[in-house]
Design a protein around this ligand. Structure first.
Ligand code: HEM
Length: 426
């Protein structure tokens, strides 16, 4: 059996540390030396980074019983999402929890959220200072947080959206710190305790809302996710809370990071901006071009450089054997930037996606199969509307046309945010 290429010994320890702290850059650097699929060999175990699309397919569509999520995720994520979150569940527990949450994101509901998303974007655009440089990143962050909270909890809690976001902010911030600063400990101090306290404070708010809804008449039920989860009837109180927090955790920072890259890349190309605008002006409800722009941005800048699982049973990965106890990190960043699938991969060219013919598993920012992103439809709708609404209403000149570096350990944001000068639409 062929050994997976990659560093051993001290170089491997350095690589593992770098990967936890600066995943996007490290994965690309190591892939340049060892190829798109490589292993960081750490004695009896290894971290296997999978970036060849055929092998990503094997990971995502092969038997999922050979993997575990709980052991990889529970330590860093558990403090935030809780022990029954689907993100840290395995086997039947995962399948049951996922099946109960999935209907909350049905197409019919998604469409009902369109107006609220556009309203929130319009509010953000109305408040943009004109003719001066402004960092759009924090504004996109607040707006997306409001959208996600409204989608989850409905318009009634609209006024509480910022409050809810603020209650969870320390926990979310904790998770995106360099891993070396996330040492698990049970003591009541430091950033970890602030993360725990932020989760407790959120739970109190959520419990009050659940009690209010249970007391209300069924005819008051709305289109939000919380009502769908309450109606799902099958989740315990603890499970319900953990799934709600998981949705915020999985949905908010990923969409924010993606929106930042999207605006930076789309605004840097006047041709792209004009086409977005023309499509939006044309009153087309399904913006095919806007979708291609989002697709292209997610290809080059997926929110997560990799997604992990632990190998519970040895298995064949193409010519390699991956041993039990190894960690797998499959990488949408590597498949999305592979020149064999995408000629001149760093060139931002939405027209690549207009004919719909793409190499299989080369575009996987949301994963695929039984662990794929549950919020895929919501994220796509959100991002498409960010692109088309901004282009329809304003002109943006980015401060620089250089592609910035990446910051963040779970989600990758552009270093320096999204500095642009906003001017009235010409
Ligand atoms: C651009 C935005 C987003 C990106 C790039 C993204 C990406 C991903 C990825 C890569 C996975 C893991 C797949 C795997 O490990 O195989 C995932 C899982 C997940 N995502 Fe997203 N996501 C986004 C937005 C959202 C939103 C808006 C929500 C919900 C509000 C959401 C909810 C989830 C959930 C619940 C899972 C876990 C599914 C499971 O374990 O079965 N995501 N997402």
């Amino acid at each position: 059996m062929i050994e997976i290429p990659g560093p051993h010994g001290r170089a491997a320890v350095r690589a593992a540390r770098a990967m936890l702290n600066r995943p996007a850059d490290t994965i690309e650097e190591l892939a340049a030396s060892y190829g798109r699929t490589f292993a960081i060999h750490l004695g009896p175990t290894s971290i296997v980074v999978v970036g060849d699309r055929e092998l990503v397919k094997v990971v995502l569509t092969g038997p999922q019983e050979q993997f575990r999520w709980g052991p990889v995720f529970k330590l860093p994520l558990g403090v935030f999402v809780g022990p029954t979150s689907m993100l840290v569940s395995d086997g039947d527990d995962h399948a049951r929890r996922r099946a109960l949450v999935q209907p909350a994101f049905a197409l019919r509901r998604l469409q009902s959220w369109r107006t609220l998303i556009v309203d929130q974007l319009d509010e953000m655009i109305d408040e943009l200072p004109m003719n001066e440089q402004v960092d759009l990143a924090p504004r996109l962050q607040t707006t997306i947080r409001r959208i996600v909270v409204r989608v989850l909890f409905g318009a009634d809690l609209a006024a509480g959206a910022d409050d809810i976001g603020e209650r969870l902010a320390p926990a979310a911030e904790y998770l995106n710190r360099p891993m070396g600063k996330q040492i698990p400990h049970p003591f009541p101090w430091g950033a970890r305790e602030r993360a725990r306290a932020s989760r407790r404070s959120f739970d109190a708010r959520l419990d009050a809302e659940i009690a209010r809804r249970r007391a209300a008449s069924p005819s008051d039920a709305s289109d939000d996710v919380l009502d769908a989860l309450l109606a799902a009837d099958g989740l315990t109180e603890r499970e319900l809370r953990d799934q709600v927090v998981s949705l915020i955790g999985a949905g908010f920072d990923t969409t924010t990071a993606s929106a930042s890259w999207l605006v930076l890349r789309a605004a840097a190309d006047p041709e792209v901006w004009t086409q977005l605008r023309e499509e939006a002006d044309g009153n087309e409800r399904t913006g095919r071009y806007a979708e291609a722009v989002v697709h292209e941005s997610l290809r080059i800048h997926p929110a997560g450089a990799y997604a992990p699982r632990l190998v519970a049973k040895s298995f064949a990965l193409g010519p390699y054997r991956v041993r039990r106890g190894s960690a797998i990190a499959w990488s949408p960043l590597l498949t999305g930037r592979d020149p064999a699938s995408w000629p001149d991969p760093m060139r931002f060219d939405p027209s690549r996606h207009l004919d719909g013919d793409e190499p299989e598993y080369a575009w996987v920012p949301f994963g695929a199969g039984s662990r794929s992103c549950l919020g895929f439809g919501l994220a796509r709708l959100n991002l498409t509307l960010v692109a088309s609404r901004l282009a329809q209403r304003v002109d943006l000149s980015p401060a620089s046309r250089e592609i910035p570096g990446v910051v963040g350990t779970v989600t990758g944001h552009p270093v320096g945010g999204v500095p642009v000068t906003v001017t009235a639409r010409r």
